[in-house]
Design a protein around this ligand. Structure first.
Ligand code: G3P
Ligand code: CA
Length: 252
């Protein structure tokens, strides 16, 4: 099977957790570096504190990315701000705190596109309503400056009920991609891990009118994988290596 043209050309460069190769992931500095690189979107994973504040955080606990430990939902935002983020690769502390969603939106306003992931705790869909309220407060939905992604269809359904004007991405975990389901769902974008990206999967999704956005979980093969999926004409890269992806797409 031969790769068919993609739906988005050039494909989108999505700064996964900010420029996480050059600064602590999910910090304002990491997002500023990415914005300065001229990416198409800033990727933000969202979690909620005990007092219902939305913060940028990937993991179920703050152990890996900060000098604290435990689940974010067990801390108030004031307690959370006491901790400092760490450089994941060398475990060095920085003076930079965990940002709230509002701090990120205050920093970039309408100058960036936000690609936000709802991360659920025990399947609870609690963050969708406050999230939509903030996005509307900053005029981001009206200006088409937001995409929402989730591994949870319950979360995406809730978003759809609250606001039907936001492009939604259904994510699949590595090894769990299901082509028939991905074609059948109503969401216009499908996100999957690079090793699940095959010429058949991409072509079939494109035929169904769906964009394919790809994330990468193996740092040592990421460049190789980016090259491979680029040849299959995927529509978006959740990249951990922004400068490389820019060069790749520019054809250098
Ligand atoms: O959002 C795309 C990608 O970020 C999904 O994987 O675990 O890095 O959030 P993860
Ligand atoms: Ca994510």
């Amino acid at each position: 099977e031969v790769p068919q043209p993609g739906l988005v050309d050039p494909p989108k460069i999505i700064a996964h957790r900010g420029a996480n190769d050059r600064f602590n992931e999910h910090t304002l500095t990491a997002y500023k570096i990415a914005a300065n690189d001229g990416v198409d979107a800033l990727e933000i994973d969202l979690r909620m504190t005990k007092d219902d504040v939305l913060i940028a955080m990937h993991d179920e606990t703050i152990d890996r990315t900060t000098n604290g430990e435990g689940e974010p939902e067990h801390y108030t935002i004031e307690e959370m701000k006491e901790y400092e983020t760490v450089e994941v690769f060398n475990q060095k502390e920085s003076e930079e705190e965990i940002p709230t969603l509002v701090e990120i939106l205050d920093t970039f306003g309408t100058s960036e596109h936000y690609y936000i992931e709802t991360r659920l705790v025990d399947g609870a869909t609690e963050m969708e309503e406050p999230l939509i309220n903030y996005l509307n407060m900053y005029d981001l939905v009206e200006k088409s400056l937001v995409t929402i992604q989730s591994f949870s269809q319950a979360s995406l359904e809730k978003i759809q009920q609250l606001e039907d004007d936001i492009p939604l991405t259904l994510l699949y975990k590595k090894g769990n991609f299901e082509l028939e389901e991905a074609i059948a769902v109503s969401y216009p974008i499908i996100g999957m891990e690079s090793t699940d990206v095959t010429v058949t999967n991409v072509n079939q999704l494109h035929r169904a009118g769906k964009e394919v956005h790809v994330y990468f979980t193996n740092p040592s093969s990421q460049r190789e994988e980016q090259k491979r999926v680029h040849e299959l004409n995927v529509d978006g890269f959740f990249t951990d290596d922004i400068l490389f992806t820019k060069e790749l797409i520019a054809g250098n």
